[in-house]
Design a protein around this ligand. Structure first.
Ligand code: PLP
Length: 411
């Protein structure tokens, strides 16, 4: 028996082309909508309609403290203290705000180390931060060494790289799981070695959060940010989460960009007060948050809380293992999986290289009701999500893909 089976019914499945049994393997890009989301959003639409400005203080979940409804659930998912997390803004914005606080280049120790094949937005974020500090992205941006030209790497390689270049590295900014290869990094080991050499460790957890188990507090990670709309199912443009380790929260010398939502609640609405930060990650908030975009995230994180991350991860390992097994049994001739085989080196996503590139494959799959993601030149990213995907989804997907290869081949 699959104890998580009941959660499939808590999500809407998209419908198109008159097909209502869609096989949705794209939760790594945009998670599906929980059935409850409608009620959560509707409630706030109605509060605005019926209460006007009083919604800030006298609705069931007052808007002034609305983000606090997410704190417990978020801390559970990333393995942190409640004081270390807050949901605000969007991911790229948050990476900038965190780097303003934590990227402090000094003389030679001024470079930023990122992964190969990092997400385009992350590259623009670090390049522009370097330029902002009058550094040269061509010289001051370092890339993790890789084993092959797909950008896969190993913990040993990363550790020796840090040992070799630590006197030049100020900040390491890597994904928890690389969006392209699906490789999960050993964050605990990387953080340990980096901090021995006085390098700050920041994480972009867009593809890790809600996907693999995280213990950001215990691992001692300095800061992290992620988005709410991929595995967390918060809907398009859903706000992002940030983590700042407790050790920094007490450090008064850390500078940040500030706004009224970071001001202590007791004096937030008082005029002419000096800024006095909330004694937690909330100090990094600038503006009052988008309530209508946060409502879906509450509905979704409640599901994570109910199902439990360990159970989800266990199912995820089996589901992805099953998909990998079927793919290699049936399609070895046509494809190569680049995501590592070891379960602690990946989440649920498999990145699949087509030996003969074919953009048509995405359209062919859609005609059969399968939704996957494509990255040029020839990578399919496929993510069976343990909350709403099934073993049957994996089975049908591989059969459909296999038929498509047969037909395309016999043409
Ligand atoms: C999805 C994703 C983003 C998206 O950034 P937004 O600011 O939310 O648009 C950034 N970085 C990574 C690694 C991602 O996977």
């Amino acid at each position: 028996m699959d104890p998580l089976r009941k959660f499939q019914k808590r999500f809407h499945k998209p419908k198109f082309n008159g097909i209502d049994k869609i096989i949705y393997l794209c939760g790594n890009s945009l998670g599906l909508q929980p059935i409850d989301t409608y009620d959560y959003v509707n409630k706030e639409i109605n509060n605005w309609k019926n209460l006007g400005v009083d919604g800030h203080f006298s609705s069931e979940r007052p808007w002034v403290t609305y983000h606090e409804n997410l704190t417990n659930y978020t801390a559970e998912i990333v393995g942190s203290l409640n004081s270390e997390v807050v949901v605000m803004n969007s991911l790229s914005v948050n990476l900038h705000l965190l780097m303003i606080s934590f990227y402090k280049p000094k003389n030679l120790k001024r470079k930023i180390l990122i992964e190969q094949n990092s997400f385009p937005s992350d590259q623009f974020v670090v390049q522009s931060q370097l330029k902002y500090h009058n550094k040269d992205p061509k010289k001051d941006l370092l890339f993790l060494p890789s084993l092959d030209n797909n950008g896969l790497t190993s913990t040993d390689q990363i550790i020796s790289f840090i040992k070799k270049y630590h006197d030049q590295i100020s900040l390491i900014l890597i994904g928890g799981v690389n969006y392209y290869t699906g490789q999960a990094f050993d964050i605990k080991a990387i953080t340990k070695i980096a901090q021995e050499f006085d390098c700050i460790v920041g994480l972009d957890l867009a593809h890790a959060v809600g996907n693999i188990k995280l213990s950001l507090h215990d691992w001692g990670v300095d800061f992290a940010a992620w988005c709410g709309y991929k595995y967390l199912n918060g809907g398009p443009g859903c706000p992002s989460g940030i983590f700042i380790h407790e050790k920094h929260l007490k450090n008064k010398s850390i500078t940040r960009f500030e706004g009224w939502w970071g001001q202590k609640k007791s004096i937030r609405f008082k005029p002419n007060m000096e800024f006095s930060a909330e004694p937690n990650a909330e100090a990094w908030q600038l503006s009052n948050p988008p309530i209508l975009s946060m409502a879906p995230l509450i509905s979704s994180l409640r599901i994570f809380h109910e199902s439990g991350l360990s159970a989800l991860r266990n199912k995820s390992i089996m589901l992805t293992g099953y998909l990998e097994f079927l793919l290699s049994e049936q399609l070895n001739k046509h494809i190569k999986i680049i995501t590592p085989k070891e379960k602690d080196q990946r989440g649920c996503q498999l990145s699949i290289i087509l030996k003969k590139s074919s953009h048509n494959i995405v359209m062919n799959l859609r005609e059969h009701g399968v939704i996957i993601d494509w990255r040029d030149p020839n990578v399919m990213r496929v993510a069976p999500v343990p909350l709403y995907n099934t073993y049957e989804d994996c089975y049908k997907f591989v059969n459909i893909l296999s038929d498509i290869f047969k037909i395309n081949h016999s043409r």
